[in-house]
Design a protein around this ligand. Structure first.
Ligand code: SF4
Length: 421
C-alpha cells in the first residue's frame, strides 16, 4: 500500500510505499489522517489556506473482505472547529482506492485553478476542471460518468465547497451511483474547495482483489464475524438509523424546536416506521449497502409518488435536525432537504441546526420547509449574502443574529440527541 502526495502548487505527484518501518504502517483512516495533521500541519494555520492539508484515507482493512471495512475517512484542520477533524462516509471509492494499492491521498498547498484528480491504472494526474465550475453534485457526477464511464468512483464538492462555506461536505457516489454519501462534518468540503479540487475520479482497477498473505485464514475469522453482525442487526437493517426517531422522542432526547424541547408531538408523521411505509409503498428501496463489504445494509432509497429517485439515504440525524428541530412533520420535505443538501454539498446536521437558530429568531417561520429548501437551492447554490449566512454553520448564524440559544460545541452543531439526554 502507498500514500500519494499531490502538491497543488508545483503540480507534482509523488508516492511513498508504506513499509513495516514506516510511521504509518499500522495506521489507517482517522488514525492516519490525524497523525499527518498533528505532525505536519502548523496548528495556527488558516484551515482554508495553503498550509492546511486534505487527507483522504482508507482503513487498515479496506480492500479486504472484512465486513463494513470499505468506508472513506476524510481529515484536515477543520474550518468550523479549528481542530483536528475526521469525517467518515460510505460509497464505492474507498474499495477502488485500495485496489489501486492506495491507502491515502494527501493534498498539499493550493491550486490556482479548478482541477480534477484522475486515478487510473497507469497514472495519477491533474486535469483542468473549469468546465465543471459551480455544478451541483448530481449534475457533476452525471457528466463525469458520461466522460469516464459508469463504473468510476468519485469524491467531489458541490457549490458550497467551491464557495468555501464552512458547512461544506465531500461527496462520494454510492453503489447505486448517486452522490449520496458525504463526509459531512467539520466543513472539510471547504478545505477541498480551498485547494480547488472539484473532484477525484477513480477509474476501475484491473485487479478485483488486493493480494492477501493468507485469504483462507483471514476468512476463517471474518466470515463468522460477518454472519453474527448481519444476524444481530436485522431490525436495524430493516428500519435503518430512522428507527431512532420514535425511541428518542419517547425517551426525551430528540432535538426539537431548536433544542427547546426533547420530544415531538407529531413524531408519528416522521418516524422510522412511517418512512419505511412510504419507501415500500412507493417502490423505493430498503436494506441497501452504501459501501462494498457492508453486511448490515441499513440504507434506504426514497422515491417520489411516480417512483423517481429523491434521495438516498434519509438518515436519523437529517430527519431530527431538519424535522422535529424545525417543526417540519413531512417526510417528503425531509427527503428533498436531504437531496438539496447532497446536491449543493452541505452537512444536513449543520444546516438543520442553522435553520433552527434562524427560526428561533424569527428569520423563518417554524415548519416552513419550502423556505428551508429554497435557501439551499437558490441562496447557497448562488453564494448570495443569505446563502453565506446559512452555509457557514450554526455558530456563524448565531453570531449574526445575536442569538441566545445556539446548539454548538467548539463551533460545530450538536448531533444525535439533546445534551441533557
Ligand atoms: S449501509 Fe449502513 S451499516 Fe452499511 S456501511 Fe452504510 S451506514 Fe454502515
Amino acid at each position: 500500500m502507498k500514500l500519494i502526495y499531490i502538491n497543488l502548487k508545483s503540480n507534482s505527484i509523488s508516492q511513498k510505499e508504506i513499509t513495516p518501518e514506516s510511521d504509518f504502517y499500522l495506521l489507517g483512516a482517522r488514525g492516519l489522517s490525524s497523525k499527518i495533521i498533528n505532525d505536519e500541519i502548523e496548528p495556527q494555520c488558516d484551515p482554508l489556506g495553503s498550509k492546511n492539508k486534505l487527507i483522504i484515507a482508507n482503513g487498515l482493512l479496506t480492500g479486504s473482505p472484512f465486513p463494513n471495512s470499505a468506508r472513506t475517512s476524510v481529515g484536515a484542520k477543520s474550518p468550523l472547529t479549528n481542530g483536528i477533524k475526521e469525517a467518515n462516509a460510505g460509497g464505492r471509492s474507498a474499495m477502488m482506492l485500495a485496489r489501486h494499492g492506495i491507502r491515502g491521498l494527501i493534498f498539499e498547498e493550493v491550486s490556482d485553478s479548478l482541477r480534477l484528480l484522475i486515478i487510473d491504472e497507469n497514472q495519477i494526474k491533474l486535469e483542468d476542471a473549469e468546465n465543471y465550475k459551480g455544478l451541483g453534485n448530481y449534475e457533476l457526477h452525471s457528466r463525469l460518468k458520461s466522460k469516464y464511464g459508469d463504473g468510476i468512483g468519485i469524491y467531489s464538492i458541490g457549490p458550497a465547497g467551491e464557495f468555501l462555506m464552512r458547512s461544506a461536505t465531500v461527496a462520494s457516489n454510492d453503489l447505486e451511483g448517486y452522490p449520496s454519501r458525504h463526509a459531512a462534518r467539520g466543513g472539510l468540503g471547504a478545505v477541498m474547495g480551498s485547494k480547488k479540487i472539484k473532484a477525484i475520479v477513480i477509474l476501475p482497477p484491473k485487479q478485483s482483489q488486493i493480494p492477501m498473505y493468507d485469504l483462507k485464514k483471514f476468512r476463517e475469522t471474518s466470515t463468522p464475524f460477518a454472519k453474527a453482525l448481519a444476524q444481530t442487526k436485522q431490525t436495524f437493517s430493516t428500519f435503518g438509523t430512522p428507527m431512532m426517531m420514535k425511541g428518542m422522542s419517547g425517551y426525551g432526547g430528540l432535538p426539537t424546536k431548536n433544542f427547546r424541547m426533547s420530544s415531538y408531538d407529531k413524531i408519528d408523521d416522521i418516524s422510522g416506521e412511517a418512512l419505511h411505509e412510504m419507501v415500500i409503498s412507493r417502490g423505493g428501496k430498503k436494506r441497501l449497502a452504501c459501501s462494498p463489504t457492508c453486511v448490515i445494509k441499513c440504507s434506504n432509497l426514497v422515491v417520489d409518488e411516480n417512483g423517481e429517485h429523491i434521495t438516498s439515504s434519509l438518515e436519523y440525524e437529517t430527519m431530527c435536525l431538519n424535522g422535529s428541530n424545525l417543526m417540519i412533520n413531512d417526510l417528503e420535505s425531509l427527503a428533498w432537504i436531504d437531496h438539496y443538501c447532497d446536491d449543493v454539498g452541505i452537512d444536513t446536521i449543520e444546516y438543520g441546526g442553522t435553520c433552527g437558530v434562524a427560526m428561533d429568531n424569527g428569520e423563518i417561520e417554524w415548519g416552513d420547509a419550502e423556505k428551508v429548501i429554497d435557501i439551499l437551492n437558490t441562496e447557497i447554490r448562488n453564494n448570495t449574502e443569505i446563502g453565506k449566512k446559512y452555509g457557514n454553520g450554526v455558530k456563524n448564524i448565531g453570531q449574526l443574529l445575536n442569538a441566545k440559544r445556539v446548539p454548538q460545541v467548539k463551533g460545530q452543531e450538536f448531533l444525535l440527541m439533546t445534551p441533557e439526554s
